[in-house]
Structures are given as C-alpha cells and as structure tokens.
Design a binder for this molecule. Structure first.
Ligand code: ATP
Length: 573
C-alpha cells in the first residue's frame, strides 16, 4: 500500500482540501443534534418563537454549508483519485516497457492487463470513496464517542468498553479479506487469460468447431471466480452482526446503568437520551464498515499485485555498464560469439552449448538447424533480450554487456519469427522502426522489402488501415512490412528470424537480391537451402551445438547433416 500510495503525494493538497471539506460535513452532522436540542429546549419548550427562527436559521445555513462542502469535496476527491490512477497506470506501463523478457515470462499477459486496469481501478475507487465518504464512518464513530464523553463521561465509558474486541476483530477481518480478495484477483487474471486466448484464436476455434469446448472452459474459470468472490463476500458478512451485537450490548449497559443514575438523581434524563442518540449514530456508522473493509481489503490485494510489478528488478538492464561508445578498432556490424552457453532463466535445460563463430562486417550468415535447435534463442542473445549463461558476445569489438543497452539495440534491425503489426496505417507501421523517417525513406525500405507494389495496389495506399494484429493483410505482406520496418532502422546488424517463410519463390528471390545491396551484417535464420546458398557462410546448429560452419559448397562436402537437408530439398548442387 505504501509504495502505491506514494503516488498520491503530488496531489496531497487536493486530498487535504477534500478531507477538510469532509470533516466540515461531519462537523455539521455531529452538532445537528445539539442544535435540535436547543430548538426544543430554548424554543419549543420555552415557547420562544424568536429562538426557533434563530436556531432554525443556523441549522439551515449549516446544512447549506455542508451541502456546498459535499459538492466541492466531490470535485477534489475525484480530481485526486483520477490523477493518482493516471500516474500509477503510466508508471506501471513504463515499468513493463523496461521488463526483460525473463520478467515478461514471470507474469502472464492477462495478469499484467488486469493489474493495469482492474487493480488500478480498485485502488482508485477506495481513494475516492475514502476522501468522499468512507473515512467519514470511522470519524463519525470517534466524534460520537467524544461527544458522548462531553455529555456524560461515566455512561460514555460503556460505549468504549467493547472497543478492544471490535479492534481485534476488524484487524482479523481485514487480513482475511486481503487474502480472499487476493485470490479473487487471481481468478480475474485467469478469466482474462482464457478470454484473451479465445479471442486471439477465434479462427482456430471456428475451424476446429471448438466453440462449445471453449464456452465450457470459460464457464469453468467464471464459476471459480464466482465461488471465490461469494466466499470472500460471505466472510465479510460476519462483520455487521458482530459489530451490531457488541454495540447493542454496550447500549443495554448504558440503559441499565443510566436508568439507575436517573433513579438516584446523579444524571439528568437528557444525558441518557443524548448518549443513546450518539450510540445509534455509532451503530449506523458501523453498518458502513462491512463495505469499507470489503473495498479496503480488495484494494490492498490489488495494491500488493501492483507493487509486485513496480518492484521487479530488471537484471539485464541494471547490469548495463556506463561505458558508452564503441572501441577504436571497431568494424561496423562485426559480431563474435565466444564459447556461448545459455539456459533460459528458471530452467535447467541447456539451449545453447559452447557456441563460437564470427561474422565479419557486412557479411551474410545463414543460421540453419532443426526446429528447437536454438536458432531464435541465438539471435535474441545479441540485443540482450537475455544474457548469456557462459561465454561472451562481442558486437563491433565490445562485449554486449558493456554496451549501453539503447545504443546496442539502436544498431540492430530485428524481424521476429512472428510478424507483428499495430493498429494504424501501413505508413505508421513501417515508420514504427524509425518515427523520424521521411516518406522517401519509408518508400526506399518498402521497395527493398518488395512490398511497395502491393501497398500501391491498395485503394488507400500507404494510408490503408491495418486491422488488429494485421488481420486484413496476408502472411507474406505482414512479413515484408516487418522487414521494411527493420530496414528503416538502418542498423549495422540485420537479423531475420525465418521472416520469409510465407513468400513465393520469385518474391523471395527479388527480396534477397535487393538485400544483397545492404551494407549491414545480416543474420538470417532459415530452413531453406536455397536461401542459405546465397549467404557468405552457413552456421548449422543441432541441439544447441554448432555442428558445421562454412559455405554451401564446403558443407555439402563436409557435413552429413547438411547433405541430408540438401538432399531432402533437392538442392545438392
Ligand atoms: N522463453 C523460453 N523459455 C524457456 N525455454 C524456451 C523459451 N523459448 C524457447 N525455449 C526452448 O529453447 C529451445 C530452442 O528454442 P528456439 O526457439 O531457439 O528454437 P529454434 O531453433 O528457433 O526453433 P524453430 O525453428 O522451431 O523456431 C527449445 O527447446 C525451446 O523449448
């Protein structure tokens, strides 16, 4: 809660104003009985109309002030809560942007979405409600007790006799509530995950006629959410009866001893009436407590989940040293792997084992190997999506761990295996690679990526809207747009992870011809011997180990595995 509520700090003054206004409302509420008493004693009973008008006017003015305070309080409370939520959401989003891939894997996407939306809203609601009404209930209890002491301290003592029991009970219920509502939020995560997966796989669901199966999967997580929420709310239902029982016992004691005091003449009847009145107010405020605890417990659980995100330590980033710039003997785009071994964080399977190779400036390296051999993993180590477990990777003569991370990633153009596009125009999507690029640079990139002609054929050309995840584009179009986006970066190293799998032979050949003019060093993961043939060297990986390295002509002679692949693709020559 502490970390999360530090985001209220910039708005502390609006929060303080809201609190003061709320106190003003409470003050009016608490002195209302006294004024009523005045009207009855000095006005009605004394038959003094002047007094009735005078105190009536005071009551009216105070009520109007309370009304105004309420309206202005609403304004300040919502300003504070909305601004707080805005800042918190942005902070969470920024933190997530800085996550290492290993950290992404720790949280599921659905859980991160819930944390950024639902969890923020829970805390925002509690903040607003606290400033507006929720804090009023406990303060009204305290105020009523104080007023009761002012009226008759001996009788008022009976009102606080149950306080320790109530205090311990409330702490117990908050702890229970936090644990139960923490579970509820996890259930919300799961529900979102099933929903997200289902919506993303809608085509598959239809093709496999899995609508009913998916509906039952959803129903299952929805019913878990329902059961856990009901359990949490049922537990909270004990709050009211327990508080009311303790309060009613106190009230009985006040009446019992109060009657005795009246009988012996030690207290006026008015005192008992007033104390009973305050006791009723306390009881009334207690009826709010169940809601307060539910809201508070839920918000606390949400706050803990958000703190988890904000507290993430991004090991890769923090390891980045302050040495900036390249070494003097650097060659643009030169890359060296030296005895690199790698295991994914939290796993014990060795994905890459003792990998060593070198790619000279401007060279083209094709990386081949069976599925799961470790090709994509190898590429991801270069921009430090993950850090090597053993060995070193040198880019332009400098260990990647000594590069300023931004500078390192700035010189790398990366096209992942799965083409990802964003909602927006085609031009926006290409420009995503370099937001400052001019239109002629965009055109250069799209021409090189062999997508320009297709874009021109669209009725709106470069302004064509790309649907969610590029639904309105073909697989090959998406791949070529992703390549254009990477080319626009004009990096020293271009990494293509099986990014031409959806292209026809002619288009692919045209693309490689265009890319052969590129001065960047190129790493191309491919399954096709035809593509590998055009590379300067081929790196063949099997189960994370380098099993062959050389040109196509060399490997056809020397590597049995390469020969097998070549024969299967009828590309032995
Ligand atoms: N994020 C991850 N966490 C843990 N293990 C992973 C992760 N990504 C991949 N692996 C494992 O690492 C191994 C190599 O995967 P990688 O994706 O690098 O293979 P690949 O050669 O690119 O395969 P493909 O040609 O099918 O894309 C696989 O055994 C895979 O299960």
């Amino acid at each position: 809660m502490k970390v999360i509520f530090s985001y209220v700090k910039p708005y502390k003054w609006t929060a303080v104003i809201a609190l003061c206004l709320m106190l003003m409302e409470l003050f009016v509420e608490l002195i209302q009985p006294l004024i009523m008493a005045k009207i009855i004693d000095d006005g009605v009973r004394a038959q003094n109309q002047q007094m009735i008008i005078q105190w009536g006017a005071v009551l009216l003015i105070l009520s109007f002030i309370a009304f105004l305070a309420g309206v202005i309080n609403s304004y300040f409370s919502s300003h504070t809560a909305q601004s707080f939520a805005f800042d918190l959401r942005n902070a969470l989003f920024e933190k997530i942007q800085s996550f290492t891939l290993a950290n992404y894997q720790k949280f599921s996407t659905a859980s991160l979405i819930t944390r950024l939306t639902n969890d923020v809203t829970q805390v925002q609601t509690v903040l607003f409600m606290s400033l507006r009404i929720m804090l009023r209930a406990p303060l009204a209890v305290v105020g009523s007790v104080v007023m009761a002491f002012v009226v008759n301290a001996k009788l008022a003592l009976f009102l606080v006799i149950g306080a320790p029991i109530i205090f311990v009970f409330l702490i117990f219920m908050v702890a229970k509530g936090v644990s139960y509502f923490g579970k509820v939020q996890k259930r919300v995560d799961r529900l979102n995950r099933v929903l997200q997966e289902n919506l993303q796989a809608m085509r598959l669901v239809k093709a496999y006629l899995r609508g009913k199966y998916e509906a039952s999967r959803f129903e299952q997580v929805a019913s878990h959410l329902k059961v856990d929420t009901v359990k949490a709310l049922r537990t909270m239902e004990y709050i009211m009866p327990v508080l009311l029982f303790v309060m009613n016992m106190s009230l009985l004691a006040v009446l019992w001893f109060g009657t005795k005091q009246v009988a012996t003449g030690t207290a006026p009847l008015g005192d008992i009436v007033a104390i009973v009145n305050y006791a009723m107010r306390i009881t009334g405020s207690f009826s709010m407590f169940a809601f307060i605890i539910i809201f508070y417990a839920r918000a606390k659980a949400s706050a803990e989940r958000m703190t988890e995100v904000l507290a993430v330590d991004n090991e890769v980033e923090s390891a980045s040293s302050s040495i900036v710039g390249a070494s003097s003997d650097m060659k643009l785009g030169e890359l060296v792997f030296h005895n690199v071994s790698f295991q994914y964080p939290g796993t014990d399977a060795t994905v890459l084992s003792n990998v060593s190779f070198q790619v000279k400036s401007g060279e083209k390296l094709a990386i081949m190997g069976a599925t799961g051999a470790g090709k994509s993993t190898l590429l991801q180590l270069i921009p430090r999506f993950y850090d090597v477990t053993e060995g070193q990777i040198y880019v332009e003569g400098k260990d990647v761990q000594q590069w300023d991370l931004q500078e390192l990633r700035d010189i790398i153009g990366y096209v992942p295996q799965q083409s990802l596009l964003f909602t927006g125009s085609i031009a926006d999507n290409v420009r995503w690679g370099d937001t400052k690029a001019e239109m002629d640079e965009v055109l250069n990139a799209t021409m090189q990526a062999q997508i320009h002609a297709s874009v021109e054929d669209f009725p709106s050309g470069y302004d064509t809207r790309v649907g969610q995840k590029g639904v309105n584009l073909s697989g090959g179009q998406k791949q070529r747009l992703s390549i254009a986006r990477a080319l626009l970066r004009k990096g020293h190293i271009l990494m293509l992870d099986d990014s031409t799998s959806a292209l026809d032979v002619k288009t692919e050949q045209a693309l490689w011809d265009a890319l052969s003019e590129e001065s960047a060093t190129m790493l191309v993961v491919t399954q096709k011997i035809r593509t590998a043939k055009g590379a300067d060297h081929i790196l063949l990986i099997d189960e994370g180990k380098v099993v062959a390295y050389g040109s196509h002509e060399d490997l056809v002679q020397t590597s049995e595995l390469y020969q097998k692949i070549a024969i299967s693709q009828q590309e032995v020559k």
